[in-house]
Design a protein around this ligand. Structure first.
Ligand code: ATP
Ligand code: MG
Length: 240
């Protein structure tokens, strides 16, 4: 049984279908990469799964761990263990990194989670989570905060954006850490190496799943530029 199952999901703004009859399933402890060109609906899909205010599908259902959560509010979904790292990481004025990482659980050791994302605790614990941190540092701290929640599913919207090329392996390690602690991951990424580290992958095009399969298959399909969705054909959701 899939852990997260999206069935015939449609979301539209005015007459524009941003998510169009989309079907996708993710297994327990599966890392599922989601590829697709800019503006094709990846972040919108993430907001629909998390249940952001104003993001209610016009049609379709979202079933998580056997429960239909389509009409649940964002905080109810969070309580079920659905969490998200935003494409643009948060900034909080007046909160230190240590306070930020222990907001939900005062017992945990924030240094442990900074280590996991490749930041030296001695240099970061007392820093403020504001614009004095670099973009890549904030991104890592955001990932550490999501790890600290031990979510059932983490939706990571471009966890690699702003991360330097030499640190790609750090990000792959963080993603694998989610798997080790038993979290499933929906991994939105534009980087091939990161997509290839997933268990499965899908390509989204114009709000529809164009291809699902092994990351190797999906990357090859994506790069072939023969997408049947934008080519005007039918969605090829049932590819292996
Ligand atoms: N409220 C809105 N009103 C109008 N258009 C919107 C709205 N929200 C999203 N869109 C459009 O929907 C499309 C999908 O946006 P989305 O942010 O999901 O793309 P994305 O796949 O995450 O792209 P990127 O790779 O650039 O992050 C875009 O064309 C965007 O402009
Ligand atoms: Mg996006």
């Amino acid at each position: 049984m899939p852990f997260l199952e999206l069935t015939n999901l449609t979301y539209q703004v005015g007459s524009k279908k941003i998510i169009d009859n989309l079907c996708l399933s993710i297994g327990d402890s599966e890392i599922h990469a989601l590829l697709g060109t800019n503006g094709t609906g990846k972040s919108t899909l993430a907001y629909l799964i998390v249940g952001c205010e104003g993001y209610r599908p016009a049609t379709g259902s979202i079933v998580f761990a056997g429960q239909d959560i389509t009409d649940r509010r964002i905080h109810e979904r969070a309580q079920l263990g659905i969490t998200m790292a935003w494409q643009e990481p948060v900034r909080f004025e007046g909160i230190s990194v240590a306070q930020y990482l222990t907001l939900r659980n005062k017992e945990l050791n924030p240094a442990h989670y900074l280590d996991m994302v490749g930041l030296q605790p001695a240099h970061y614990l007392t820093r403020m989570v504001d614009s004095s941190l670099s973009g890549g540092e904030r991104k890592r701290i955001e990932l550490a905060s999501i790890l600290a929640l031990h979510p059932k599913i983490a939706i990571l919207d471009e966890p690699d954006s702003g991360i330097d090329m030499l640190s790609t392996l750090d990000i792959i390690n963080v993603i694998n850490t989610f798997k080790k602690i038993g979290s499933s991951v929906l991994l939105i990424t534009h980087r091939e190496e990161i997509a290839l580290s997933a268990d499965r992958a899908s390509q989204i095009c114009n709000g529809r799943i164009a291809c699902s399969g092994s990351p190797q298959e999906v990357v090859a399909y994506y790069k072939s530029k023969n997408c049947l969705v934008c080519g005007g054909g039918e969605c090829v959701d049932e590819r292996p």
